[in-house]
Design a protein. Sequence first.
Length: 182
Amino acid sequence: MALSPGRYAIGPDTGQLRIYTRREGVAAKVGHDLLITFRRWSGTIQLDDPGTANVDVEIEVRSLEIVDGTGGAVPLSGGDRDDITSTALRLLEAHRYPTALFGSTRVTPSSDGASIEGALTIRGHSEPLTLDVLETGPSTWTASVRVLQSAFGIKPYKAFFGALRLADEVRIGADVNLSNPS
């Protein structure tokens, strides 16, 4: 990583968190592949030197927002977005678990980015994961990871007696601009 040592504050004003879902099943063509983001989240990246770094992120689950839905028999409507948001918040048990957390345990720099090992906590359940991080421009970074909803005790959404369902695997991505240490 070509960053200067220091503490970097991250959040919606320095980047974006995204979740990408896919549909499957015999009725998949009526559903939508979704792009979801969060309006409220914050975190810090503490970089002491290239070999020692720490990343912590807290996401306000209720700030979930359906940004786009592709595919489907008809375009995604505002009512669809409201229904999907309501269902997602119910499945995530946002009333009991208002935040999702990520904390790193190890950061390994590479020539074009880093691997960040840590734990993601959703619905009070933590699972280890490794983020793949790439430098995409001056002070800009992209991270991605694939996770299974079921690993966090989430039963993927089903409709039409299971003929339409959300794939268990979702892709999580983040973009951040780290041009200004805090």
